[in-house]
Design a protein around this ligand. Structure first.
Ligand SMILES: NC(=O)c1ccc[n+]([C@@H]2O[C@H](COP(=O)([O-])OP(=O)(O)OC[C@H]3O[C@@H](n4cnc5c(N)ncnc54)[C@H](O)[C@@H]3O)[C@@H](O)[C@H]2O)c1
Length: 334
């Protein structure tokens, strides 16, 4: 599956972690930087993640005019929609902030697309739509039951996409990512605040954090800690290209999981990082967090069948690339 060489792509949230990776991946697959338009308000994005030559708009999806202007200035063929707030914990404290940004911002984008005749979108959804499912590999058929406003906002936007497909013939693929991790193209996880497992552990290994809290050690899992499915951000980026190419000649509204199909417990990841870095991580047992599922592992057959995607990098690749990036970020050398 290939993207057209003269097509123009809009990447909302393209200065963020996964979005910027996808921008680099597009260029690595032959798309000219001048055919990539990145739209980001830089609330959580980093302009320095972007390669030279891409067209950058600093704008906010909550401002209709900002996004309309982009479509008036460029004939966009397809959209990669990453822009969103993505902290589960924050969404539990500030639900309105999440519903406003992740839904209203997305609706402004869809309206601008429809007005300009652009009818192809790949959307960053999340395994957070599943809530707390059983400990089986989760297929897309499982009934979604989010347990946070963040997960709910992703599910609601998937449903909005279904209506835009029905009424306006907008074709979409919602990609439900599991745990994105790892680094490449000089881009790694730099979140403020940091809440993700692997960057927290890397910071602990570098001595930037005194201790790491394990939330829940009495789950019904192999060692009592939560089990997660980690997927390399470069593999995620590649899946976006496949999904977009798939949409080029199809009128569909689809949902696809993106995960490795394997689970690792928090304790296993700690041990692997200790072995990789040679650092001892002081782990502290802490209370369970409300809404944390014991096990989240992707069923990833649909991605293979529909868009010809399989993860290529292992957890070892994820941790090595993240370690290199974090040591560089910390200004020291491993
Ligand atoms: N990282 C993960 O593990 C993960 C897992 C599942 C889903 N996702 C989803 O993938 C997408 C990208 O995640 P990420 O980790 O790269 O997050 P990120 O915060 O690094 O990137 C999001 C980008 O969107 C921008 N943005 C937010 N609101 C905006 C607005 N109103 N207008 C313009 N720009 C706006 C931010 O500045 C940021 O650059 C998000 O939609 C997230 O919900 C991420």
């Amino acid at each position: 599956m290939r993207l057209g060489s003269n097509e123009k792509f809009l990447v909302t949230g393209g200065a963020g972690y996964v979005g910027a990776h996808t921008v680099h991946c597009l260029i690595a697959h032959g798309v000219s930087p001048q055919n990539i338009i990145v739209f980001d308000n830089l609330v959580h994005g980093h302009k320095e993640f972007l390669p030279d030559g891409v067209v950058f708009y600093q704008g906010d999806l909550l401002c209709k005019e900002d996004i309309r202007r982009v479509f008036l200035s460029h004939p966009i063929d397809a959209v990669f929609h990453f822009a969103a707030y993505a902290f589960v914990g924050e969404s539990m404290a500030c639900p309105g902030k999440y519903f406003e940004n992740n839904l209203l911002g997305g609706i402004h984008l869809l309206e601008a697309m429809v007005q300009s005749g652009c009818r192809r979108i790949v959307f960053s959804s999340s395994c957070a739509v599943y809530g707390v499912p059983g400990d089986v590999a989760i297929s897309e058929e499982i009934h979604p039951a989010p347990v946070s406003p963040y997960g709910e906002s992703k599910l609601m936007f998937e449903r909005i996409l279904a209506w835009y497909h029905r009424i306006h013939k907008v074709s979409s693929i919602s990609l439900r990512y599991f745990n994105a991790a790892g680094a490449g193209y000089g881009i790694g996880e730099r979140h403020t605040p940091e809440t993700h497992l692997i960057p927290l552990l890397m910071q602990a290994a570098l001595g930037q954090r005194e201790a790491f809290s394990i939330h829940g050690t009495d789950y019904n899992t192999r060692d009592g800690t939560c089990v997660r499915d980690f997927i390399h951000v470069g593999d995620l980026a590649a899946a976006h290209l496949n999904a977009c190419a798939y949409l080029s000649d199809k009128q569909v509204c689809e949902i696809i999981n993106l995960g490795s199909g394997e689970g690792q417990s928090v304790l296993q990841v700690i041990h692997l990082i200790q072995a990789l870095t040679g650092s001892r991580i002081a782990a502290r047992m802490a209370e369970r967090r409300p809404g944390d599922a014991p096990v989240l592992i992707a069923g990833n057959q649909k991605a293979a069948h529909m868009i010809g995607w399989k993860p290529r990098r292992s957890l070892g690749d994820i941790l090595e690339s993240a370690w290199i990036w974090h040591t560089q970020e910390a200004g020291c050398h491993a």
